[in-house]
Design a protein around this ligand. Structure first.
Ligand code: G4P
Length: 198
């Protein structure tokens, strides 16, 4: 998605060979115009799949998911990383280990909001090692619902998550795939210039 790639080139800060900071439009301050376009792009890529719900994980997955849900005309559910005061019964849970942060979070979703009739589009801001996406897939499958696909705003193609999930047969649509962050420079994967190509 050209608009997103231009934004990454203009505002992304390469912190190391593996980490890209995008605090100015996605992870801290949010650019609503860009999120709206991202929502439209996900809706286009997952049109006619019978999606009934969008599922994401707090916090940075919520903004792009809400715009995708708006375009698809379906509710958006976010998995919680911390125990909620009011969300205590009938939880679907999964363990998500972050290699980057060296910590494991128990994520949870009420079984009231995902059930066996749902066709779920999973959305997240980053795909790195794929642990968050795998945790969300696990929750959908525990609910006996169907995974329609996985929409990612920024995939780091040099990390393993995308490969693992594609090998398991999940359809992944990433709006920008980064091939390298070496020498302080963002490089995108060739063949991911055009729309609809992941
Ligand atoms: P994984 O889920 O793909 O295995 O990712 P990993 O454990 O490596 O990442 C943990 C957190 O760091 C996730 O956000 C993920 O989105 C984010 N992340 C991974 N790589 C990058 C990167 O290069 N740049 C940025 N900006 N974020 C990255 P989180 O901790 O859940 O944060 P939030 O959603 O609450 O903002």
């Amino acid at each position: 998605m050209e608009l997103l790639k231009n934004k990454i080139e203009q505002e992304g800060i390469v912190l190391s060979n593996t980490v890209l900071k995008v605090d100015s439009f996605l992870n801290h301050q949010i650019d609503p115009n860009l999120m709206s376009e991202i929502g439209k792009e996900f809706a286009k890529r997952f049109a006619n799949k019978g999606i009934t719900k969008v599922l994401t994980i707090e916090s940075s997955g919520i903004a792009p998911s809400v715009f995708a849900g708006l375009e698809l005309g379906v509710p958006v559910v976010f998995a919680r990383k911390r125990k909620s005061l009011t969300l205590i019964n009938d939880l679907l849970t999964s363990s998500v280990h972050s290699f980057t942060k060296g910590e494991t979070n128990e994520i949870s979703v009420s079984n009231k909001y995902i059930n066996e009739n749902d066709v779920v589009l999973i959305i997240d801001d980053f795909l790195a090692n794929g642990q968050a996406a795998l945790g969300l897939v696990d929750i959908v499958e525990q609910a006996n619902a169907k995974v329609a696909g996985i929409g990612i705003v920024i995939e780091k193609g040099f990390q393993d998550g995308g490969k693992q999930l594609r090998e398991k047969g999940y359809v992944i649509e990433s709006l920008a795939i980064i091939s390298s962050l070496e020498n302080g420079k963002v490089s995108f994967e060739a063949g991911n210039k055009g729309e609809g190509v992941n």
